[in-house]
Design a protein around this ligand. Sequence first.
Ligand code: ZN
Length: 110
Amino acid sequence: MRRLGVIAVAKRAGFSLDEARILLEATDGGDPAHEPLRALAERKLPEIEALIDRAEQVKRWLEVAQDCGCETLDVCGLFDEHVSARSNAANGQFGHVHLATRRDAPVGRS
Ligand SMILES: [Zn+2]
C-alpha cells in the first residue's frame, strides 16, 4: 500500500499526522477508506473555509493599507477596531476615512 503517498497528500490537505494515521489504520483494519476520509473532510472543510475568510479579510486590509495616506496611525481608519469590525460584517470593507477623502478630493486637502 502507498502509505507515504497517502501521508504526503493528507498533509497537503491540511490533515495532521494523527489524522492521516486514522485513515491508514481504518483501511488497515479492512474498513472502507471512504468512511474515515469523508468524516475527516467534513471536519476539515469548515476550518479551511474559515481560514480563507480570514485570509481574504487580511488581503482587503492590506489592499487598503497600501494606499493609506494617513500622517499618524491615530487618525488611520485601518486601526479603528470598531469601524473595521462593523464594516467588515456589513460589506466586507474596512473603514478608511482618509482613503475615502482622498478619492473625492485630490492632494492638498488633508
Ligand atoms: Zn490610513
